[in-house]
Design a protein around this ligand. Sequence first.
Ligand code: SF4
Length: 686
Amino acid sequence: MDFKYVPTTCPYCGTGCGFNLVVVDKKVVGVQPWQRNPVNEGKLCPKGNYAHEFVNSPDRLTKPLIKKDGKFVEASWDEAYKLIAENFKKYQGEQSACLASARVSNEENYLMQKFARAVLKTPNIDHCARLCHASTVVGLAGAFGSGAMTQSIADIAQSKCLLVIGTNTFEQHPLIGRRIMQAKANGAKVIYADPRLTPTGRIADLFLQFYSGTDVALLNCFMQLILKNGWENKEFIKNRTKDFEKVKEVVMKDTYSPENVSKITGVPAKDIITAAEWFGKSGQSAVLYSMGITQHTTGVDNVKSIANLQMLTGNLGRPGTGICALRGQNNVQGACDMGALANVYSGYQSVIVPEMKKKMEDAWGCQIAEGKVGLTVTKLINTLADEPGKVKCLYIMGENPMLSDPDLHHVEKGLKNVEFMVVQDIFLTETAQFANVVLPAACFAEKDGTQTSTERRVQRWRKAQDPPGEAKADWQIFCELAKVMGFEKQFPYKSAEDVFNEIAKVTPSYGGMSYARLEKPEALCWPCPTPDHPGTPILHKEKFTHPDGLGIFTPIEWKPPAEVPDKEYPLIMTTGRCIWQWHTGTMTRRSENLEREEPTGWVEINTEDAKELGVSDKEMVKAVTRRGEIKIGARVTKNIKKGVVFMPFHYAECAANVLTNNALDPVAAIPEFKACAVRIEKIKEA
Ligand code: SF4
């Protein structure tokens, strides 16, 4: 029997836990803890423990598929490449668009944005970070000059006060949840703010159960109380920031008094006062947040308010402080770093700066797409649906907008308008059904590469088994397709490591990294600009990344969500995830041990609301918004705020995103998944 352990990185959440894949006779059969990995120290959550289960699923894609007369038929790679190249060549520049993936490696995201810009000459390249943390990238970059989590995960344990807001960390990032518990064991106070009492909320010292979409009001009130009591860090404000007075003017308004904010948020004023005191006085306070903060039409405002709070209290650049923007998918940080975004090349080098465009053209040896901001995912879907004929060709790698994007009927309309569509994935997803050509890809266990976790840690994937059938690594597919299209010189790579070496050359924050340096279990956190640089676990220690080194305060007024409850749709709907499933369920729903635990969706309804509606626990109900309706089982519980309902978005059979609103944040173009108006109806018996 041939037996080995292959150390690699978890393909689910952005925590970036390391584990060993157990390989028997060249097949992945299990997962074993990797004790020396500093992120998770040998511990794993259920998804990590069962991360091998989908790898050898019988419905993995094994051959290219071409749609003929409405049905997919198997084809050779040569046939598929020839058909794709013929069609791609028909479309000029902006008539094409590409969607990269937060699930695949850095190398593959880098190559997809290069393929879009250098081969298809289109500026339209984006990916699902737009749906989860675009507001973090914009908001934190505006405040500090860098749009990423400021601290390391291990550092959370050193905090004396944690504000955990809009993140169900114990279910979505369980091994970061472990650090919250370590902080608590060290004596930290934990404040939890969310419309639901989740498992994370249960361990909190103070639970602020607020209405979805009232974050800015709550944070402004904290700042008012901190200022009134003199708990601000005057030295930090003076030496390290600018525009403080503008924020002071806004937060000191009567609107943000505890009494008024209590009315807006539904949180008792005394609890807001206690929270502000704990946070303002600890001297070492950190904020953890996730999509409860970002997925709003005010997502950037929410993030900037958190930045204001941390600058006001001087809680940045020191152990136990900072802003922990918890990125969702395994490599959403890396896909952003690699320039799989409509506005930047790798390393956040702006596409509208002519020197940056020239730098890429020189490095790649060809002319590239016009230096303008392309269509974001959200604007792309709107363009496809509402301006048919403008974008005609779509190339999607490892994304599933037919389940992940808001207002799914609208997404479907858009995808039906595409003339030619290629999907590259490991399974025939809901989105792949719309494709003309489907290319079978290798999964994380079948290729070398790197991914970058939420704490900016760049970690290795290592190949443990061959891909099934004729499936190939995404990076290999790009090289072969580029060759067929006449761009062999631009895509000469023989390995993922070759691609990484090019990334290091053109991306300053990755400049000092190499596969050899990433061999160690602790790998490296960016920025790591030179080969002798040790990496940077904590950002903004002495100065911020803006040219003058100062952090920028931004005055923010609270605005309600784009759609608020009314007579017809009287409840607020919010969405999220559960511990057993992951995003659109493409991988977890093919994992027996995970799928068994939560095999379908549900709607959480407050006990009093359910009583008024005459709905019982487990009863099937209809959920209706202005965009559509679904049938779904009710979970009646006291754990959700009265007036709010919650649905997980993993399940195609009761897809929450049929209902969600695609209203966008005006700056980051992130949709408002976390608040729309909904009606729950009893289903009348026939
Ligand atoms: Fe994987 Fe995240 Fe669980 Fe760690 S916490 S094992 S990275 S899903």
